[in-house]
Design a protein around this ligand. Structure first.
Ligand code: FMN
Length: 423
């Protein structure tokens, strides 16, 4: 087993894999289920004093599995903040969960939500969490639910606070000033000016950022001609695929601020964890994967990361944390051809005809109709080819490489970055 021990905000943790705010941090008996999988940290379910978000419309988990295999991990989720009254949690499940974490070498992060721009409503919760003995406090400012249909007094609960840098600064600063333990700001992927918001909370003294909360989602059941699960936009655009989006937002944060980042969003596997770490996050958190695939995904992620490190010869997670951040750039900065782009393309696919099994998938998916399959000779490329590499990505035999037509020089073999071939 590789050495996965790492450091988060000055606390040594046994590994960077954790569970983000959800049911599993809400009750000690649920926390035990994920702690037993060997996680390094756990965020509590968001606690609050707001009447509304703790009364979930039951049922509240509506799987989209029946609408297609690619949606198997997606769902409409109308569960909101902790359903347990605040004082009850503070006296019972909170301390019990904290003790369980202490006994098992798991970092415990509390999660709170005040009411919109009312700073006092946030700071009073932060003080309670500190008095309870929590290691750190996460401000759940990016929750996707409470905005729509909330009562007038609570209209600012949830995402709006995480969309406006000034408001985020004001609330974060008040919280930071109210306690000694580190305060972590949780972002929403709905935020457009992500970098500006991250800078604002860093300036306010937040010691870390969690990125990201869940995305809004809704679904229509075409068979019944009604909404599916609930006629509202709720936090439910889950699934591994939305990692692409969350990771891009996370890079906007890690490439901008110096404070540590908890990477979240569509993490299902060990390599997803590694990806977020390489993208500059100090730790990686799973949430909906635990619901979709069971608590065992956590142990698999930890063991998979360990095997990866052994295979690559990494002695510690620090060795690969952040290695991709310096390369994060704008598409406009990538070397491009003179205008107009040459046609026919100077970049073409070449096939390893030993590997090619003549399945014809490349012919079928080529957007430009540039491939004709000769069952004997293999795929034949015509002048309609744009050099896009779609055939490379779809080849089940990994038989395609992208090369410079003129010299045969390799441009992309299907892994990592293509060669910067434009001089
Ligand atoms: C069932 C469920 C409950 C959640 N409850 C909370 C919550 O109380 N507070 C919070 O900050 N985030 C909450 N989240 C959001 C997650 O912590 C996480 O940020 C989000 O789901 C994205 O991660 P994922 O793609 O791994 O699911 C919840 C998510 C789910 C699926």
């Amino acid at each position: 087993m590789a050495n996965l021990r790492t450091n988060f905000l000055g606390v040594e943790i046994k590994n960077p894999v954790g569970v983000t705010s959800c049911d599993y941090g809400g009750h000690a008996w649920l926390a035990k289920r994920v702690i037993d999988q060997g996680i390094g940290w756990l965020v509590a379910k968001t606690v609050h004093k707001i009447d509304g978000p703790h009364r979930w419309p039951r049922p509240f988990f509506y799987s989209l599995k029946k609408f297609g295999p690619e949606l198997k991990d997606s769902w409409v989720c109308s569960q909101m903040f902790h359903n347990m009254p605040y004082d009850q949690w503070l006296e019972t499940e909170g301390p019990k969960t904290l003790k369980l974490c202490r006994d098992n070498d798991v970092l415990f992060i509390a999660s709170v939500s005040g009411i919109g721009t009312d700073a006092e409503s946030w700071t009073s919760l932060c003080k309670d969490m500190e008095n309870m003995g929590c290691d750190m406090i996460e401000l759940d400012t990016g929750g996707p639910h409470a905005t729509f249909g909330a009562e007038e007094a609570h209209k600012d609960v949830g995402a709006p606070l995480a969309l406006d840098p000034e408001t985020a600064y004001m609330v974060t600063k008040a919280c930071v000033d109210s306690v000694k333990v580190p305060v972590i700001f949780k972002m929403t992927p709905q935020c457009v000016n992500t970098a500006a918001l991250a800078l604002a909370v860093e300036k306010a003294g937040a010691e870390a950022i969690s990125a990201n909360n869940a995305f809004y989602g809704t679904w229509i059941d075409h068979e019944t001609g009604t909404f599916y699960g609930g006629p509202y936009s709720s936090g439910g655009l889950m699934g591994r695929a939305w990692q692409l989006f969350s990771l891009a937002k996370v890079l906007e944060v890690t490439a901008t601020v110096k404070i540590p980042v908890i990477g979240i969003g569509g993490i299902f596997t060990w390599d997803d964890c590694v990806r977020y770490l390489m993208g500059g996050c100090q730790v990686a958190g799973l949430c909906s994967a635990v619901y979709s695939r069971g608590v065992g995904v956590l142990k698999d992620a930890i063991e998979g990361m360990s095997a990866f490190m052994d295979r690559k010869g990494y002695k510690s997670v620090d060795e690969f944390t952040g290695i991709c951040v310096k390369d994060f750039s704008y598409i406009r900065d990538w070397p491009r051809e003179e205008s107009p782009m040459a046609h026919p393309t100077p970049i073409i696919p070449v096939y390893d005809l030993e590997k090619c099994n003549r399945c014809g998938i490349c012919e079928k998916v080529c957007p430009y109709g540039a491939i004709e399959l000769d069952k004997e000779a293999g795929p034949v490329i015509n002048d309609q080819c744009f050099g896009c590499a779609w055939c490379q990505g779809h080849c089940p035999k990994d038989a395609v490489s992208m090369v410079l037509k003129e010299t045969g020089e390799l441009v992309w073999n299907g892994r990592g970055l293509p060669k910067k071939w434009v001089k």
